[in-house]
Write a protein that binds this ligand. Structure first.
Ligand SMILES: NC(=O)c1ccc[n+]([C@@H]2O[C@H](COP(=O)([O-])OP(=O)(O)OC[C@H]3O[C@@H](n4cnc5c(N)ncnc54)[C@H](OP(=O)(O)O)[C@@H]3O)[C@@H](O)[C@H]2O)c1
Length: 273
């Protein structure tokens, strides 16, 4: 999902882009990954591949560790071998949600589940394995090129009059296109380290669902807010995982637009498809 928009944004900025999918090689395979990156010899690798099924990670920790930790390490090793920079896309799930103010890059991570822990391990291994690394944490991604929360809500709303949605997890929905648009600028300078990049504002999953239906003109379906305990999931998720793009603030950069505006742009893009 994110990878598709990353390709279009770098292309739009005049870069030569070589899209790579799981069909080309398995990032869990060290030899194949390093060989492929050496053959391409890119200047930058934007590493968006991951085992993103959060509940799946909880049930299959070895797959999570192989793809999100070892896989990221392998991509970083391939980059280091050709002196390429790596952009590692990571997640708000590296935090435990105990804070009540937005998390900055200077807050200590403490993941609650296997997905967040495996992504955090990937961050650390990439930072150790590739000197030229940008770690970009983002949150609650949705986009026009993949399965995502808005798509699920709209599909369910076709057959149900009411949708039960968790109301006690707070975060920031982020449009993949808005995140992707920041990356060509990010890689222009060798300011290696960690960045939080997400749309502005915050809401709950129930608030997001309500806004999705409103934006799509689905006024006949209601959202029933429920507590996390009523949602069947093996994963403990952070109650509060809003990311503050503090480093970008310090650099004097404009924050990304509010999530409500981004959702309107997503809805328009989906309607135009
Ligand atoms: N989605 C979110 O809410 C969210 C939030 C914060 C951060 N992130 C991070 O943002 C990044 C992009 O997320 P996304 O939602 O765009 O992900 P996505 O649509 O699930 O795409 C992940 C891609 O990784 C590929 N992949 C998985 N295992 C692989 C392997 N062993 N070797 C090679 N490729 C493999 C998948 O290929 P197949 O489909 O063929 O398996 C898929 O194309 C990920 O790093 C994710 O952790 C996501």
């Amino acid at each position: 999902m994110l990878g598709t928009d990353v390709c279009s944004e770098f292309t739009r900025h005049g870069h030569e882009v070589i899209p790579v999918t799981s069909g080309h090689f398995d990032i869990g395979d060290t030899d194949a990954t390093v060989k492929a990156i050496r053959e391409i010899a890119p200047d930058v690798v934007v590493h968006t591949a991951a085992y993103t099924d959060v509940d799946g990670c909880e049930r299959n920790p070895e797959i999570a560790h192989r793809v999100n930790a070892l896989g990221t390490w392998n991509v970083a090793a391939g980059c280091a071998s050709v002196n390429a920079a790596i952009v590692v896309i990571s997640t708000d799930f590296v935090f435990d949600g105990a804070k009540s103010a937005p998390y900055t890059e200077f807050d200590a991570p403490n993941p609650l589940g296997v997905y967040g822990a495996s992504k955090l391990e990937g961050e650390r291994l990439a930072a150790g394995g590739c000197p030229r690394h940008y770690i970009v944490r983002t949150s609650w991604l949705y986009g026009t090129a993949g399965k995502c929360f808005p798509q699920t809500m709209l599909r369910l709303a076709q057959t149900r009059p009411e949708l039960s949605v968790v109301a006690d997890q707070i975060g920031t929905p982020t449009f993949t296109l808005d995140l992707a648009a920041t990356l060509p600028e990010l890689v222009r300078f060798p300011l290696y380290g960690t960045y939080h990049i997400a749309n502005s504002g915050q809401t709950s999953w129930a608030g997001f669902a309500k806004a999705i239906l409103e934006a799509a003109g689905k006024h006949d379906v209601s959202i029933k807010p429920i507590p996390s305990e009523e949602w069947p999931s093996p994963t403990k998720r952070p109650r509060f995982s809003v990311l503050r793009g503090y480093v970008r603030e310090l650099q004097g950069k404009e924050p990304l637009r509010p999530w409500e505006e981004a959702l309107a742009a997503y809805t328009a893009a989906m309607n135009a498809k």
